[in-house]
Design a protein around this ligand. Structure first.
Ligand SMILES: Cc1ncc(C[n+]2csc(CCOP(=O)(O)OP(=O)(O)O)c2C)c(N)n1
Length: 334
């Protein structure tokens, strides 16, 4: 163990375990999509693992996150169960949403996961609501809203930033700037080099951090959490990152061309799943291969669990549409 590092060994190994779990989860999901065991498309969180990991490991279990269409990484980093996630993606009854929601709607309120979200930017006002509830109840809980660089240009995110600032809500807005919204480069969508600079316009601090460096993201989030939990109001954290793969699993088939192989290769050199385990080994903190084996076993079990789980029966199709039965509508409650 590096005696000069401020974080303890378990924490440092935990970062790797989470990042490796996210990467391998996404790779397994793509295999399952290609085998038609998962219907539809998924948006992989490959390349961005250091962001979800660094942020969520700086939170308390009762802190809240709101996620996006690219949400698997956030959910796993906040403690989501890979078995129930894969089951959900496969449409099985043991899934987080009883198999009705799929990839973009996974939620687990008991873990503070207030939902992935298929609507770009829609998590930000939900995070404001969670933060307002905490504030009104006198609970020192923090809410984190994840969104992308595309989300940063959504009106609803600006409204949420403004509301959080004027009401001094305990929200950390985490913009994961991976450079693209589908095929639109952020260079063509924003005149600013650093999106964090927008924070000043709302009267809150903004910070830019290298989103490929889990230690840097964790340190920046730890500082942000301290400030926000202390009642100083919200802040905006921009994590500069990159997705190594397409916008979603169907991108290859559509033949979209909007970035060069050279650009991808340049970012691949900064892959947190290569650099961080190499550092762990070099510092004598752990043998990453042991963590890799644990993660493989966990995912093996998750896939087997999901495969063995049943599909919902056709006559249950309307179940769970409402929290309570709706008079006159042939659906049972949740
Ligand atoms: C309100 C809304 N507009 C458009 C879309 C279609 N859409 C899905 S993902 C996406 C791009 C989002 O880009 P970004 O926020 O940067 O996230 P990233 O995909 O890079 O993680 C768009 C436009 C949507 N789902 N919701």
């Amino acid at each position: 163990m590096n005696p000069t590092h401020p974080l303890d060994r378990d924490k440092l190994i935990g970062f790797y375990r989470t990042m490796r779990l996210i990467r391998r989860f996404e790779e397994r999901v793509v295999e399952l999509v290609n085998r038609d065991e998962i219907p539809g498309v998924t948006h992989e969180y490959v390349g961005q693992e250091a962001v979800a990991t660094g942020v969520c490991h700086a939170l308390r279990p009762d802190d809240v996150i709101t996620s996006t269409h690219r949400g698997h990484g956030h959910i796993l980093a906040k403690g989501g169960d890979p078995r129930r996630m894969i089951a959900e993606l496969m449409g099985k009854t043991t899934g987080y949403n009883l198999g009705r929601g799929g990839s973009m709607h996974i939620a687990d309120l008991s873990l503070g996961i207030y939902g992935a979200n298929g609507i770009v930017g829609a998590g930000s006002p939900i995070a404001c609501g969670a933060a307002l509830a905490a504030k009104l109840h006198g609970i020192d809980r923090v809410a984190v809203a994840f969104f992308g660089d595309g989300g940063m240009n959504q009106g609803v995110v600006h409204e949420a930033l403004n509301l959080a600032a004027i009401w001094k809500l305990p929200v950390i807005f985490v913009c994961e700037n991976n450079g693209y919204a589908i095929s639109a480069s952020i260079k063509e969508m924003a005149a600013l080099e650093r999106l964090a600079d927008r924070a000043a316009a709302y009267g809150m601090p903004g910070e830019w951090v290298d989103g490929m460096d889990v230690l840097a993201v964790h340190a920046a989030t730890t500082r942000a959490v301290e400030r926000v939990r202390g009642g100083a109001g919200p802040m905006l954290l921009e994590c500069r990152t990159y997705r190594f793969v397409g916008h979603f699993t169907a991108e290859k088939a559509r033949g979209l061309k909007y970035r060069t192989e050279e650009e991808i290769a340049e970012w691949r050199k900064r892959d947190p799943l290569v650099i961080y385990p190499a550092w762990l080994r070099q510092e004598g903190i752990c043998d990453p291969a042991q963590v890799d084996a644990e993660v493989e076993a966990l995912l093996e079990e998750a896939v087997a669990f999901a495969r063995q789980s049943p599909f919902p029966a056709p006559d249950e199709a309307l179940d769970g549409m409402y929290a309570v039965p709706y008079p006159g509508f042939p659906a049972r409650g949740w």
